[in-house]
Design a binder for this molecule. Structure first.
Ligand SMILES: [Zn+2]
Length: 267
């Protein structure tokens, strides 16, 4: 029995890096060096590959199609949404291709609020399935809520409620691995659910001033001090988060993620 593997499909902020724009139209890189390939970041998402080889996708961002192809991921067996912001859901239509690959509705987990929002924005994706072909996404929906632990693809997944500023998002913990994208504050329930981690993947949008909806580097350092994870990996990285700057200035137990990175979820 091997440990779960985690593949980072995307590690950027809501607009990716570079952002659309730039003096020559080739992208606005902010403080990131365009010559460093690990500074090119698509929208945040991961795949968790269970010990039996089945795969849990976390979020369907607008870059989903190119991310799955770039990471050589041939199919997905279940899906979990952290929240309904566009950078986490706008690739939802690609689920019809994921349906074709498994030839059935895709088991999918989200909060009640997230499902309600998705049903408003993507109403066509929630019409009753005729059972013949997949011309639009078809989900087998499950509601989840903070504090519960459920089994997904044979893995025990603990659901963690996160404060995302004007809304809430969900983090998840499997064994001593946790993924907490899109968070600006954590309450005691969240913090106590994140104790004793080997790997803590966490939102760090900026190295500068506090942001209303995302953690900055100072906030992440405070969480690391409290939680003492063995290894902290930063994601949802904004245009101030230059890879070389982070490599030189972060302590040894905190590192930036990059698109396409693969890690073992234990140890
Ligand atoms: Zn968000």
């Amino acid at each position: 029995m091997s440990n779960p593997r985690v593949i980072f499909l995307g590690t950027g902020g809501s607009a990716g890096t570079p952002l659309i724009g730039g003096a020559d139209g080739g992208g606005d890189w902010g403080e990131c060096d365009p010559a460093e390939p690990r500074n090119r970041r698509s929208r945040p998402s991961i795949v968790i590959q269970a010990p039996d080889g089945r795969r849990l996708l976390v979020d369907t961002g607008p870059d989903l199609r190119s991310q799955l192809i770039a990471c050589n991921i041939p199919k997905i067996d279940a899906l979990l949404y952290t929240h309904s912001h566009a950078d986490h859901v706008a690739g939802l239509d690609e689920v019809r291709i994921l349906n074709r690959l498994i030839d059935r509705p895709l088991p999918a987990y989200a909060s009640a609020a997230c499902w309600a929002e998705l049903k408003l924005r993507f109403d066509y994706a929630f019409r009753a399935w005729t059972g013949q072909g997949f011309f639009r996404p078809v989900f087998a929906t499950e509601e989840i809520q903070p504090g519960e632990t459920l089994e997904i693809l044979g893995m025990q997944v603990r659901v963690i409620g996160l404060d995302h500023g004007y809304t809430k998002s969900l983090g998840l913990r499997i064994g001593n691995f946790a993924y907490c994208t899109d968070v600006v504050r954590m309450d005691e329930a969240a913090l106590s659910a994140l104790e004793g981690l080997d790997i803590f993947v966490v939102d760090c949008f900026t190295r500068h001033d506090a942001h209303p909806t995302h953690a900055n580097l100072e906030q992440v350092r405070n969480w690391v001090t409290r939680l003492q994870p063995k290894r902290t990996i930063l994601t949802h990285l904004g245009p101030s988060m230059d890879y070389a700057w982070m490599s030189e200035n972060l302590p040894a137990n905190i590192e930036p993620a990059f698109d396409g990175q693969v890690i073992h979820a234990a140890g």
